[in-house]
Ligand binder design. Structure first.
Ligand SMILES: [Fe+2]
Ligand SMILES: [Fe+2]
Length: 289
């Protein structure tokens, strides 16, 4: 049939803060992140790597990063993090310094991961003090050079701010500067299978520069889908989720799945791998209350 060559999990917008903060009281972000860690560790097959695409914490403070690290240390697989607008480079880099992949020179937190069938390239769209993101000429030149080194390798680029207008106007007001310039770089490198993003706390998909760009739901609070012309913003506790990007090799490609976190809706098995269960009935909790 086909080989499952690599499974890349993605979590985003964890927004860990300090005890008693709004994020703790209203959105329960640490509890939700702990649940996401349990979910990822319990998946079959288990993801090979986890990417965390920014807004790891709320205010970029060292205490928040300490709390974040304590929860993420529960992951059974390697983790790769990049900053979002809520992060701060220096404490973020220090918090994960022992993992060895984050630059510690005070510059941009971008890097490549070469250990897997799919090459991973993390980008840094952070702009200190601003909710929007930017890919400046320096960051784009770095990306162009890295992509030029691996033209034959299937590659995933991951970054916080999506490189497209979303139709949610409040989020578009804090979008990415340098979208067209990024498209010019990516367009020169057809080995880019996907551009994985966060920031918008919802799943979205768009054609981008000859590849596909997606955004991932958050591990805790989602943004209510609002496509009206007023730039409103509301939070909704739709089910938390992560994404699973399954690399099936060069012929079958990269398939992106949304994986809902939480087991309150049990599955009803119709086919158990050997036979169809024609007389099966759904479990009692099959329909939500
Ligand atoms: Fe966020
Ligand atoms: Fe963000």
């Amino acid at each position: 049939m086909y080989d499952q060559v690599m499974l890349i999990a993605q979590i985003t917008d964890l927004h860990i803060s300090t005890p008693g903060s709004v994020n703790d009281r209203y959105f329960r972000t640490p509890e939700h992140l702990a649940r996401a860690v349990t979910h990822l560790n319990g998946l079959t097959p288990r993801p090979d790597v986890v990417l965390a695409t920014g807004d790891l914490v709320e205010r970029g403070e060292p205490e928040e990063y300490a709390r974040l690290r304590a929860i993420l240390d529960g992951l059974a697989m390697p983790l790769y993090v990049i900053p979002g607008n809520h992060d701060a480079r220096e404490p973020l880099a220090r918090t994960f310094a022992d993992r060895g992949y984050l630059p510690q020179d005070g510059g941009f937190l971008h890097y490549t991961v070469e250990d897997w069938p799919v090459r991973l390239i993390g980008l840094d769209t952070h702009v200190p003090g601003a909710p929007g993101g930017r890919l400046c000429a320096d960051r784009l030149a770095w990306l162009d050079a890295r992509l030029g080194e691996g033209r034959e390798q299937p590659t995933v680029v991951f970054m916080h701010h999506p490189p497209f207008v979303t139709g949610m106007r409040a989020m578009d007001a804090m979008g990415l500067e340098g979208k067209a310039e990024l498209a010019a770089v990516i367009g020169r490198h057809p080995q880019v299978e996907r551009v994985l993003c966060g920031h918008v706390h919802r799943p979205m998909t768009r054609r981008f520069a000859g590849t596909v760009a997606t955004t991932c739901p958050a591990t805790a609070h989602q943004l209510a889908l609002d496509l009206a012309s007023e730039p409103r913003l509301a939070v909704v506790m739709e089910p938390p989720a992560c994404m699973l990007h399954l690399w099936l090799g060069p012929d079958e490609g990269l398939v992106s799945h949304v994986s809902i976190i939480g087991d309150e809706r049990p599955p009803f098995t119709l086919y158990d791998g050997q036979r169809w269960l024609r007389d099966a009935v759904p479990p009692s909790a099959f329909h939500p209350r």
